[in-house]
Design a protein around this ligand. Structure first.
Ligand code: GDP
Ligand code: GDP
Length: 436
């Protein structure tokens, strides 16, 4: 089922980020061991009952160049744009302020469900002071305490009750969903246009949810594709679209909905720190990745240029060692035809299931060739492996004691599995478990 999105809005200091952290729970502190990647504080996931959802703290989208009221207005607009359900937070100790009324005014205009949380109600006696907030006109009000974790259950019950029920699968399984991510001006829109053919860029606004309407479906060589979040790449003229946090948020949401992510680099400018962050999100999300070096036409070349560029990429993006690299020009369309086969291949690897018997032959051979080193007199024993998931391919290796499985040995097993099955373009996950 499609993951829903919940956004938190409200004026500064009402407790949005406290509540965000509370709902996101431990998840937010899980930072994978990838250079340069830290999980963004404004975007996480939460869970309530059987629902897992994305969570956005709009207060973390820094619009500090804007006047105060414009900032909170824009944050409310972002919530309306991005979320299925909006949590509107006010400060129960201060009563209704004019800034609250400003936010409310913008939220009235949206058709999205709004759940009003009256925060900083740290004890039951304080609940008598909150009736003023009914005047904001959002129906039921929920007294909560973000810092004490009180009342959030009732609030979340209401939030998830607004999630549409039933299956909601925007695309068939045989459609390859991919997105283009990268810094501004690397050529995402140009490459999208080149792939779609200039005349096909107009995004249809028929059928389905608003979210479907931002994607571009097309067929190439008999294969169906969807470019995810085409609209997000365009400059739609809203002020907040140029802020970095917002573009990161947008990229993360596109990544989440994709099978394959094209990380676009600008050959003219070379590799920047921000490129690595963006690529890190795709890796961390477990998506297949193809690295695209665009604007290859603009580079002075000799016979060594390409391999030098490639080496440079490999050294900066070590965590993406599985990603193929494609050089092309969206402008001249040169080498553009080389891209689609890499996307196909990455998508195939991403959803590949291997036979258990063959997998275990590979593991047995690997262990025989290079037994795990012993640690404090104890040696890791590897018994059996099985693939438990696809997208990305995920393997459980049953061992005597999982603590004895070191990163370097996992890496070794990963490399053997990769070599045996040609998982090109996809991360693979290996988990060590104790055999029962
Ligand atoms: P934001 O600007 O809306 O994201 O607000 P923050 O989450 O940064 O919180 C602003 C201040 O209010 C901080 O000092 C928090 O510790 C405090 N705060 C947040 N939630 C509560 C609450 O439930 N009770 C009390 N007493 N203080 C809170
Ligand atoms: P986006 O912000 O990533 O969507 O980038 P755009 O597609 O808007 O491109 C930014 C600029 O780079 C525009 O002026 C494009 O014409 C230019 N550009 C895009 N692709 C190429 C390319 O392959 N070669 C050259 N020389 N310029 C390009």
């Amino acid at each position: 089922m499609m993951k829903r999105t919940v956004a938190i809005v409200g004026r500064p200091n009402v407790g949005k980020s406290t509540i965000f952290n509370r709902i996101a729970g431990e998840r937010i502190s899980i930072v994978e061991d990838v250079p340069g990647v830290t999980r963004d504080r404004i975007y996480s996931s939460g869970e309530w009952l059987t629902h897992e959802f994305n969570l956005i703290d709009t207060g973390g989208i820094d619009l500090s160049d804007e006047p105060f009221l414009d900032q909170i207005r824009q944050q409310a607009e972002i919530a309306i744009d991005e979320a299925d359900v909006i949590i509107f937070i006010v400060n129960g100790r201060e009563g209704v302020t004019s800034a609250d009324e400003e936010v409310a005014k913008i939220l009235y205009r949206s058709k999205k469900p709004i759940v009003l949380g009256v925060n900083k109600i740290d004890n039951p006696e304080m609940r008598t002071d909150i009736y003023d907030f009914y005047s904001l006109g959002f129906g039921e009000i929920y007294p909560i305490s973000g810092s004490h974790g009180i009342g959030l259950g009732d609030l979340l019950d209401e939030v998830v009750s607004h999630f549409p029920t039933g299956e909601d699968k925007p695309y068939e399984d045989d459609v390859i969903k991919f997105s283009l991510i990268g810094r501004p001006n690397v050529g995402k829109s140009s490459l999208t246009n080149a792939l779609l053919g200039e005349d096909r860029v107009i995004v249809s606004d028929i059928a389905g949810t608003t979210r479907d309407a931002v994607d571009s479906p097309y067929t190439y060589n008999g294969q169906k594709y969807v470019i995810i979040d085409t609209a997000g790449m365009r400059k739609r003229g809203k002020v907040y679209e140029t802020t970095e946090k917002y573009s990161v948020l947008r990229a993360m949401r596109a990544i989440e909905r994709s099978d394959v992510v094209l990380v676009i680099l600008n050959a003219e400018e070379g590799i920047r720190e921000q490129d690595k962050h963006i690529a890190g999100y795709a890796h961390e999300a477990g998506r297949a990745v193809v690295i695209v070096v665009n604007k290859w036409d603009a580079v002075e070349k000799d016979e060594k240029t390409m391999s030098e560029f490639e080496e440079n990429i490999r050294s900066h993006f070590q965590f993406l060692d599985y990603a193929p690299i494609v050089f092309l020009s969206a402008l001249t369309k040169k080498r553009i035809h080389t891209l689609m086969p890499y996307i196909d291949r990455a998508s195939e690897s991403h959803s590949m299931r291997v036979q258990s018997s063959v997998l275990n032959d590979v593991i047995t051979d690997a262990v025989a060739m290079n037994p795990a080193p012993s640690d404090k007199g104890k040696r890791l024993r590897v018994y059996y492996a099985t693939q438990v998931a696809v997208k990305p391919p995920t393997f459980v290796v049953f061992v005597n004691e999982p603590e004895l499985m070191h990163f370097s040995y996992l890496r070794f097993l990963e490399n053997r599995i990769r070599a045996a099955f040609e998982f090109e373009g996809t991360p693979i996950h290996i988990i060590a478990r104790a055999r029962k």
